[in-house]
Design a protein around this ligand. Structure first.
Ligand code: SAM
Ligand code: DTB
Ligand code: SF4
Length: 328
């Protein structure tokens, strides 16, 4: 028997065409929001938002040339590079995050990829954070299959590695790492049995077609990422992207809605850029199907609304933190 059309619209599929995705972007806003909310409600409680917190465990001095990033040695941003943090200092930060209601702790390092000795230290951090009863996520650059397996053995739940933009626009943003290499890392993470956190950045001077291309690349992965971070570019002085034309907030909300519709079971994270966003724009993002944020006063190197401001926003909107991750 054929499944009803309504159920099909709510079932994840990886055969999206660019035309279908472009057609979603072109919908009248009320129609787009209605569809996004219908899909959202078929898999999630729309009043619940998953809360993660980030810690930069190794900041700056990165050899990659990502045109948006404060941490690249190619960009003159004045950021001071640090060594990899001590395990105990990371765990102190994680304990404080847990006490404030955070369910997932994400650790980021400004590397092209981890060296084996550094990976031992990161594995100890993952084990320590798991022991506190939190979900773990790391973002360390490119990973080999063996490195992904080691992280899995240490208990890692999620690995973040973004596609950043469309395959066509990518070469305008990064030259030291290919799109293919990113896809290889994602495959290594998936094969190791770690949940995938993968999204991108908008507001980098890309075209509407590039935003279609980014979502197409994400939504046609053989398995959708469990978590899809949508970052609004944080403009950083000294980077090639410092003067990019900021995106119209309504276009940003459309990106969230199209992500929600094309990846129905994924958690869509309203990620970087909240510091510059009004409460009203954030509210529209939650209505469009975003159901995760980073809390805490800092992302990796830039400011983020702190826990107090997020609690006030949640109270205003009647949202509550998801007590544990939706996938585990
Ligand atoms: N170095 C690792 C890597 O790039 O694979 C992990 C950390 S990196 C900072 C994680 C992601 O943060 C990037 O892929 C990018 O999507 C996002 N990001 C970095 N700088 C940003 C900025 N200024 N605005 C918005 N998103 C940014
Ligand atoms: C992701 O997609 N966004 C986060 C996280 N993954 C690691 C990082 C955002 C960084 C924003 C700029 C900064 O703070 O340096
Ligand atoms: Fe390095 Fe990651 Fe920044 Fe690129 S985004 S320069 S890989 S820290």
């Amino acid at each position: 028997m054929n499944a009803p059309a309504r159920d099909l619209a709510f079932t994840p599929r990886s055969d999206w065409s660019r035309e279908e995705i472009a057609a979603l972007f072109a919908l009248p806003f009320p129609e787009l929001m209605f569809r996004a909310q219908s899909v959202h409600r078929s898999h999630f409680d729309p009043t619940q938002v998953q809360i993660s917190q980030l810690l930069s465990i190794k900041t700056g001095g990165c050899p990659e040339d990502c045109g948006y990033c404060s941490q690249s040695v190619h960009n003159k941003t004045g950021l001071k590079a640090t060594k990899l943090m001590e395990v105990e200092a990371v765990l102190a930060d994680a304990r404080a995050a847990k006490a404030s209601g955070v369910s997932r702790f994400c650790m980021g390092a400004a590397w092209r990829g981890p060296k084996d000795k550094d990976l031992d230290t990161v594995c100890a951090m993952v084990e320590g954070v798991k022991a506190l009863g939190m979900e773990t996520c790391v973002t360390l650059g490119m990973l080999t299959g063996d490195q992904a397996m080691r992280l899995k053995q240490s208990g890692l739940d999620y690995y973040n590695h973004n596609l950043d933009t469309s395959p066509e626009y990518y070469r305008h943003i990064i030259s030291t790492r290919t799109y293919e290499e990113r896809l290889d890392t994602l495959e290594n993470v998936r094969d190791a049995g770690i949940a995938v956190c993968c999204g991108g950045i908008v507001g980098m001077g890309e075209s509407a077609e590039d935003r279609v291309g980014l979502i197409h690349a994400l939504a046609t992965l053989p398995t959708h990422p469990e978590s899809v971070p949508i970052n609004a570019l944080v403009q950083i002085e000294g980077t090639p992207q410092a003067l990019a034309q900021p995106l119209d907030p309504i276009t940003f909300v459309r990106v969230i809605a199209v992500s929600r519709i094309t990846m129905p079971k994924s958690v869509v994270r309203l990620t970087a850029g909240r510091e510059e966003m009004s409460d009203e724009t954030q509210a529209l993002c939650f209505l469009a199907g975003a159901n995760s944020i980073f809390t805490g006063a800092k992302l990796l190197t830039t400011p983020n609304p702190g826990a107090d401001s997020d609690q006030a926003l949640f109270a205003r909107l009647g949202l509550t933190p998801m007590s544990e991750g939706p996938h585990g």
